[in-house]
Design a protein around this ligand. Structure first.
Ligand code: PEP
Ligand code: MG
Length: 589
């Protein structure tokens, strides 16, 4: 590998997705079969592109030698000799010259240049109709494919089987791949795509893995083995950090560690504001194993159990019994604290592994309650499992993505049929189990009065509510800056929901990512919500803030915010109040 440290410190800015600072070696991972596009580069980019090519040639050579070693010890030196031919292809001066020329003179990006030249070479060899030379054509294709994979993002690898601690850098990670990361080996991760509320980012916060997403083309700009510092608070990946940078981040780490100790002391204290208003601070979870984390965080129960992850983590959908066991475990472990179990919210970016995204607009398509209502054989076992679990704790059921009264009535009808079935079969369940719905589609907020008549509570899903209100894809880093939950339109929809709930004597929670964001919490409290539900790792800071905040001040601030024309003004009002009462959470003391 060329001496990459000589290039100096290279900072990349993205979206701060999960707090914490990590320092270690980079492992670049990719999809394994990248698509190569013809991309023109600027003349000023030629040298950088050639240096990418040189680094990739060295990295690919190392990979081939590594494979050769493994084959040699498993099958013998003779079998492993074939890889000598592969290395020769990589070192072929004509091939390298041709690729270099295509980059320098024709201004092709490196991967396209490699693909085009390799295609010409292998076609010429095959055209000679000699069995030996056809073999060489296969070698050229094999090796150059490996080189392209290295160039555009590295080989796909089994992330659960990492052997040393690394910072992962990838074009993207799916939420299910993230869920399977080995936390002892993954110090942090950085991805080209994604936004703050992508489920990959949510998963990272849950696992307490520092993460930065939406970094553009970072996975093409870094190399496996380079040292980097990942700043999950500030949203930066700093490759080859200088000693000065490492020192500065060391100090930030120390300050945060000291604050963590203070936050821990609040674990058993209630979430009550400084002027005595009681709120419920609950946790968002994805699996039963998280109940210990919930208790440790100081949360009072679960405000959102994202049950779709039970489906995403295994190749077979869990049946009614398996689901019942999972829900019952959570209910029993946390009783008498409430556990809000959300019915399946599959679709969007939450698809079982291997399922191709075949819809043009998956977040507007066949998702969540829409799938459940059209697939009763998927929905009803889950409804029965939740009902049965309600006999063992304080279980509440919640539907995702309701957009109309018809949908809500259809879901309630299925639930009633399940109640009747269980009753007839003499199976125990809580007939008074509360049933609620997420308010995450603008239409639901606008007809909240009509919907309130048919549920016991609302939970505001601000991730999707923001996405759908502002028409901003929550996964697309190009528009990440537009995904602003403090936009006046979103704030007004939250207010409308709270008012409708009040009128009908219902309670309202927030379970989107804003519920754990100290800068936005004063606004939510001021708008009148009763419950905040956030990733367990964010609960201690939220409680610290709530206990210093006066509800009366938050309410006055929210009234002012409702008159603001801009998202940035609303955020500034809320953040100012938060940092005035809890400066420690914003880097002050
Ligand atoms: C939301 O949309 O805010 C929410 C909590 O649901 P999810 O993030 O699972 O879509
Ligand atoms: Mg949602």
């Amino acid at each position: 590998m060329p001496d990459l440290t000589s290039i100096g410190e290279r900072p990349f800015a993205g979206v701060a997705a999960s707090g914490g600072v990590a320092h270690g070696k980079i492992l670049r991972v990719g999809t394994g079969h990248p698509e190569v596009h013809r991309r023109e580069i600027e003349p000023s980019e030629v040298e950088e592109e050639l240096s990418q090519l040189r680094a990739a040639l060295v990295e690919t050579r190392q990979q081939i030698r590594e494979i050769q070693k493994r084959v040699s010890s498993a099958l013998g030196a003779k079998e492993a000799a074939i890889f000598d031919a592969h290395v020769l292809v990589l070192e072929d001066p004509t091939l390298i010259e041709e690729v270099t020329r295509a980059i320098r003179d024709e201004h092709h990006c490196a991967e396209y240049a490699v693909q085009a030249v390799a295609h010409r070479f292998s076609a010429a060899l095959e055209g000679l109709q000699d069995p030996y030379l056809s073999e060489r054509a296969a070698d050229v294709r094999d090796v150059t494919q490996r080189l392209i994979v290295t160039l555009v993002g590295g080989p796909s690898c089994d992330l659960a089987q990492l052997t040393e601690p690394v910072i992962l850098v990838a074009p993207d990670l799916t939420p299910s791949a993230t869920a399977l990361l080995d936390r002892t080996k993954v110090l942090g991760f950085a991805t080209d795509s994604g936004g703050l509320t992508s489920h990959t980012a949510i998963m990272a916060r849950k696992l307490r893995i520092p993460a930065v997403v939406g970094l553009g083309d970072v996975s093409r700009r870094v190399h496996t083995g380079e040292h980097a510092l990942l700043d999950g608070h500030g949203g930066q990946l700093i490759v080859n950090p200088t000693d000065g940078t490492l020192f500065r981040f060391g100090q930030i780490r120390e300050r945060r560690a000291a604050l963590e100790v203070r936050l821990k002391d609040l674990r058993d204290q209630p979430a009550v504001t400084f002027d005595g208003s009681r709120l419920i601070l609950a946790a968002n979870i994805d699996e039963p194993a998280e109940t210990a984390t919930v208790r440790d965080s100081g949360a009072e129960g679960v405000g959102l159990f994202r049950t779709e992850f039970l489906f995403l983590k295994s190749s077979d959908a869990p049946d009614e019994e398996q689901q019942y066991a999972a829900y019952r475990t959570v209910a029993e472990n946390l009783a008498p604290a409430p556990v809000v179990i959300r019915t399946l919210d599959l679709g969007g970016d939450k698809l079982p592994g291997g399922v191709p995204v075949s819809e043009q607009n998956p977040f507007l398509g066949w998702r969540a309650i829409r799938i459940c209502l059209s697939e009763p054989e998927l929905f009803r076992p889950q409804l029965r499992a939740i009902l049965r679990a309600s006999a063992h704790g304080n279980v509440k059921l919640m539907y995702p993505m309701i957009s109309s009264v018809d949908e809500l009535l259809a879901a309630n009808e299925q639930l009633n049929r399940c109640r009747e079935e269980l009753q007839r079969a003499g199976v125990a369940f809580n007939p008074k189990m509360e049933v609620g719905m997420m308010v995450e589609v603008p239409s639901a907020a606008l007809i909240a009065h009509e919907l309130a008549a048919h549920v016991d509570f609302f939970s505001l899903g601000t991730n999707d509510l923001t996405q759908y209100t502002l028409a901003v894809d929550r996964l697309n880093q190009r528009v990440a800056a537009l995904h602003t939950p403090t936009h006046p339109a979103v704030v007004r929809l939250i207010r409308m929901t709270v008012e409708a709930a009040r009128t009908h004597g219902r309670w309202v929670g927030v379970c989107g990512e804003t519920a754990g964001d100290p800068a936005v919490i004063p606004l939510l409290v001021g708008l009148g919500v009763d419950e905040l539900s956030a990733t367990p790792s964010l609960i201690p800071a939220a409680k610290f803030l709530l206990r210093r905040l006066k509800r009366s001040e938050a309410t006055a601030m929210a009234e002012q915010a409702l008159r603001c024309p801009k998202a940035s003004d609303v955020l500034e009002l809320s953040r100012s109040l938060a940092s005035a009462v809890a400066p420690e959470l914003f880097g002050g003391s």
